[in-house]
Every structure is written in C-alpha cells, then in structure tokens.
Design a protein around this ligand. Sequence first.
Ligand code: HEC
Ligand code: HEC
Ligand code: HEC
Ligand code: HEC
Ligand code: HEC
Ligand code: HEC
Length: 450
Amino acid sequence: MAAARENYFTEWRSYQRQYRELLLAKAETEAEVKSARGFGIEIRQIVVSDLGAVDRCVTCHLGLDDPRMTDAPQPFRTHSGPALAHHEMERFGCTGCHLGQGRATSAREAHGWDAEAFWEHSVLPDPFHQASCGVCHDPEAIGSRGAPVLAEGFGLFRTEGCLGCHKLGGRGGPLGPALDEIGDRGRHSYSFAHIEGDKQVWSWHVEHLVSPETVIPGSKMPEVGLDESGVHGLVTYLLSLRSSNLTERMTPRDRYEQRYQVWHTRPLSGEELYRQFCFACHEEGTETVLHDTLGTIPSVRNHDLLAVVSREFLVESIHDGRPTTFMPAWASAAGGLEDGEIGRIADYLLESRREIRELEFVMSAAPDVANGERIFNAECTDCHALTRDGVEAPWLGDPGFQATYSDALIGHTIQYGREDTLMIPYGVGYDGDLTDAEVSDLVAFIRTMR
Ligand code: HEC
Ligand code: HEC
Ligand code: HEC
Ligand code: HEC
Ligand code: HEC
Ligand code: HEC
C-alpha cells in the first residue's frame, strides 16, 4: 500500500497530471480535447544512440515543441530560441546541449544544481548555455548563427594571451596546465574551499578568472581584467573544450570545414601570434613590464634593444627561450610554433624599430674578472641577482641569455642602458662613469655566472 502511494505521488507523475490539466484548459477543438484526455501518465524518453544518451528530461519538460505553451510555467514551457528548429528533439535529445543526468526522473537528480548532488555534470544555466554548441560546431563559425557568447569567449581567449601560459592543441606556454578537454572535468575534481557562489564548475571558473589567487592561493595566473560579459564568454568557451567523438550524423558542416582548415591553416600574422602567445607577459609598450605575478619582464619593443639586435637574435631567443626563467621556448617541440611563425613574430617586432646601431663595443685583451665582480656587487646587485631568484631584472646566468648575447651586446647594453627602463647607461660618454676596460671586466664576470 505504501509503495503504491509513493508511486502515485512521484514528482514526475504529479507534473504530468498538471500538464494534462493544462492541455485540457488549452484545448479548443474536439481533437485537442480528445488528445488531452488520451495523454498517458508514463515515463517519456529520447534514446540518442549517436551520443550514447537516454534523456528522460521530456518526462517533465512536456511542452517544448507545443507552440501553445509559451506562457506556461516550467517545466511545461515551449522551448525558446531557435535551437530545436535546427536540431530535432528526437535526434539530438537534451543532454547533448544542456548536460545533466538524462536518465534521472527527479528534478534534483536530473539538474544536479543541488550542492550535495552526486553527479559530475549539472545542467548548464544561463548564460553558459552555448558551451555545448562548441563541442559539435566550430566555435568561431557558429558565433553568428546562434552562439555569440561562445564566439566572444573564443576571441578573448586569443587576444587576452591565455596561450602565453596554457597549451591548447599542443601550442602555448608551459606555466599553467594544458586546457584541452578542461570541460570534461566534473565538479568532483575541483576544490570549492574558496568559492563563494554555487559549488558548481561554472562558478569555480568565473571566480578563478576574476581572482586566481583567491581560488588557488599562490597562483601565478594574473587576474583577467574583463567585464562580466567577457568573463562569461571565456567560461563558456572553457566549458566547450570537451572531448568529442562525434558520429558522422552528429557532425555539422562547419566542423568538417574546421578540420579541413587545420591542415590548410590560414597563416596567422606576426601581430596575431604576438597577441596570442607573447602579449600576456610582454604587453605592448617599450617599458619593462612589472608583471602582476611573474615580476620583471623585459620589453621586447624597447628601442635600445631593437636598435642593436638582429633578426637571428630574436628568432633564437624565441625558439629556445630562457630555460631557467619564465620565458618559455616556443620551438615546435616545446611551445608548438613553426619556424615560419617565429620568423613572422621577429619581423613584427622589428617593424617598430626606430634606428639601427652598430655594436661598437670591443672587449679589452685581458679583462679582470675579480674587478668585474667587485663592480657588479657595487652597481648591479640591487636589481640583478647573483642567483636565479632575483625578480627585479633579468637573470644574467640563464643559459639562453648567455647563448644569445655576444660580449659586444652585453658590453653595449651596460654602456648604453635602455631608454624607459631601470637599466640606466653606465658607460663613460653615455651618462655613466665606467670605462671600456671596466665594462670588459663586468662582461667577463657575467660570463662566469652561467
Ligand atoms: C522531475 C521533473 C524534471 C525533470 C526530469 C527535468 N526537469 Fe528541468 N525543470 C523542472 C522544473 C520543475 C523546472 C523549473 C523549476 C526549477 O528551476 O527547478 C525545471 C527547469 C529546468 C531548466 C531551467 C529553466 C529556466 O527557465 O531557467 C532547464 C534548463 C532544465 N530544467 C533542463 C532540464 C534537462 C536538460 C533535463 C534532463 C537532463 C531536465 N531538465 C529534467 C523539472 C524537471
Ligand atoms: C541544440 C541544442 C539544444 C537542444 C538539443 C536542447 N536545448 Fe534546451 N536550450 C538550448 C539553448 C541554447 C537554450 C537557451 C535559449 C535561449 O536563451 O535562447 C535552451 C533553453 C532551454 C530551457 C530553459 C527555458 C527556455 O526555454 O529558455 C529548457 C527548460 C530547455 N532548454 C530544455 C530542453 C530539453 C528538455 C531538451 C531536450 C528535448 C532541450 N532543451 C534540447 C539548447 C538546446
Ligand atoms: C551534438 C552536436 C551538436 C550540438 C551540441 C549543437 N549542434 Fe547545431 N547542428 C549539429 C548538426 C549535426 C547540424 C546539422 C543539422 C542536421 O544534420 O540536421 C547542426 C545544425 C545547426 C544549425 C543549422 C545549420 C547551420 O550550420 O547554420 C545551426 C544554426 C546550429 N546547428 C546552431 C547550434 C547552436 C547555436 C548550438 C548550441 C546551442 C548547437 N548548434 C549545438 C550538431 C550540433
Ligand atoms: C602568466 C601565465 C598565465 C596566463 C597569462 C594565464 N594563465 Fe591560467 N593559469 C596559470 C597557472 C600558473 C595556473 C595554475 C594555477 C591556478 O590554477 O591558478 C593556471 C590555471 C588556469 C586554469 C585552471 C586549470 C586547471 O586545470 O585547474 C584555467 C581554466 C585557466 N588558467 C584559464 C586561463 C585563461 C582563460 C587565461 C586567459 C584569460 C589564462 N588562464 C591566462 C597561468 C596563466
Ligand atoms: C635599477 C635596476 C638595475 C640596475 C642597478 C642594473 N640593471 Fe641591468 N637591467 C635592469 C632591467 C629592468 C633590465 C631589463 C630592461 C628591459 O626592459 O629591457 C636590465 C637589463 C640588463 C641587461 C640585458 C638583459 C636582458 O635580458 O635584457 C644586461 C646585460 C644588464 N641589465 C646588465 C647590468 C649590469 C652589468 C648592471 C650593473 C652595472 C646593471 N645591469 C644594473 C635593471 C637594472
Ligand atoms: C610567461 C611569460 C612570457 C611569455 C608568454 C613570453 N615571454 Fe619572452 N620573456 C619572458 C621573461 C621573464 C624574459 C626575461 C627572462 C630573463 O630573466 O632573462 C623574456 C625575454 C624575452 C626576450 C629577450 C629580451 C631581452 O631583453 O633580451 C625576447 C626576445 C622574448 N622574451 C620574446 C618573446 C616572444 C616573441 C614571446 C611570444 C612568442 C614571448 N617572449 C613570450 C617572459 C615571457
């Protein structure tokens, strides 16, 4: 008796009885009345073999394709937007776009919005609905056809320089974790200890982007300085980074075109590459960057640098990076950039060169290392550390620095300094008081730091 009672009052049955009443109230013709009377109280489901899904959402969401239900209360309302016009319910089901637990027949279990819910992937709320569009469609191409939030996030991910520290498809910097398939991670693999909003994956990402340090104490990730809609776009894009093994029937045309383009990529310009891979650290100016989390980063646009370095110097610096510092190596085996791309970045930087200067500095025949060390300790260690832990100025013992800087380039930099930076000129005749011989001693000492 108890079991039957429980059954009669099950949540979904009660929704279906309410829906039958609604159908009767809305019925205008004899046929509609008949169909309303014939509405059976039963579990309804869509089996989507292409996605391996069994979605019982339609057990409660009963009016999705009924145009009379636009003003009905949930869960009976007509589906809004054009999504179902392009994707027949019977073929696509619900969880392919919404996530959630398709087989569940209670709202709590199906939606997973309850913090205590066991399920990994809760139904995505507004404004993150468009995350799934990017699982099947090309996120860039689908922007103008129903997924503007996703497209905005896709664009920001590139222009905000996220790839300077994160890899995607094997390209990007090594400082943060690779983000391929981050959207697959369920909520049980996140720590919500420092999350103020819902204990949900999307709230974690929103709060992490706004203040990484709050969510992960000690994080080296800088805060993104975007408004709410930009942050929502980025999170939508991050949640769209899911593994997908789409059957042919589930693969839309733009995805085929995108796959084709991977092999026939439109070459990115030097400027686009710089924005994607370098901007987050080096920014745009000619001054040293005082980075929020990484400390001092030299400007790669500084006029006194560009005046004396060659294209080869830039290519080599970018290719191999500076292994003991935050400067990553960008060669294909490391950061994933092709040689041609590295060349285009170098050309792009050289476009802002104001003048070309000959490197005239010549080392003295027998430099005095001990004297160099004495001067270095007196003049340079306020900024340049003797170990790699200094953050006020580049670390001169780095093997990448040592390999790319000739003696003449080090000597010139000490003599001449760098306009707009804390690296002032030290040479006699350039506003400083170190003689050529003393600068030679310094260079000889710097060589012992490697
Ligand atoms: C047991 C009945 C039931 C089932 C099963 C169910 N839902 Fe719901 N759903 C509701 C109810 C009731 C509401 C409105 C109240 C609320 O927000 O909880 C709702 C609300 C929603 C909303 C938000 C609507 C809005 O206006 O913001 C979405 C999206 C949604 N459901 C999707 C799904 C998906 C996807 C499934 C299947 C995985 C599903 N639901 C399964 C009953 C159900
Ligand atoms: C192709 C993707 C797609 C499919 C398939 C899909 N939806 Fe939606 N659904 C959306 C989007 C996008 C929105 C947000 C609508 C908007 O903002 O225009 C939405 C909104 C909703 C809402 C919130 C109320 C509303 O209409 O705004 C509910 C409830 C819902 N869908 C339920 C379902 C159920 C149940 C199914 C399965 C039969 C389903 N949807 C299938 C994409 C989809
Ligand atoms: C499970 C994969 C899948 C998901 C998720 C999905 N689509 Fe689609 N979509 C398709 C397929 C496949 C087609 C091709 C239609 C067909 O074969 O009937 C399509 C067709 C379309 C079309 C019409 C054809 C075109 O390219 O203009 C639009 C628009 C569209 N989808 C937008 C969206 C939007 C917006 C979302 C997210 C709310 C979305 N889709 C989510 C697979 C998907
Ligand atoms: C200067 C380097 C740097 C930049 C630039 C950067 N990140 Fe991060 N990111 C990190 C580091 C380090 C971590 C690991 C520590 C943490 O989670 O905060 C991280 C973690 C993350 C995580 C969590 C990954 C996981 O598996 O837990 C996401 C998501 C993320 N970043 C997204 C972004 C996005 C989106 C951007 C661009 C707006 C961005 N990051 C820019 C360094 C960076
Ligand atoms: C007040 C701080 C400060 C002092 C003191 C200082 N430097 Fe620098 N140095 C910097 C900064 C900052 C840069 C990076 C400038 C830029 O943005 O290009 C730099 C750059 C350099 C470079 C080029 C390294 C590179 O990777 O760009 C060399 C070589 C160098 N300094 C040597 C010296 C020597 C030798 C002394 C002592 C005679 C010295 N510096 C004193 C701040 C300082
Ligand atoms: C995660 C931060 C980060 C990213 C991303 C990054 N760099 Fe750097 N870069 C640095 C740091 C830090 C240094 C200085 C290292 C040191 O202490 O010697 C540096 C040094 C350099 C130098 C040498 C400058 C000099 O004064 O000698 C060049 C050239 C350079 N980077 C180019 C690039 C290019 C081009 C990109 C993009 C493909 C890039 N970097 C991406 C952090 C970064």
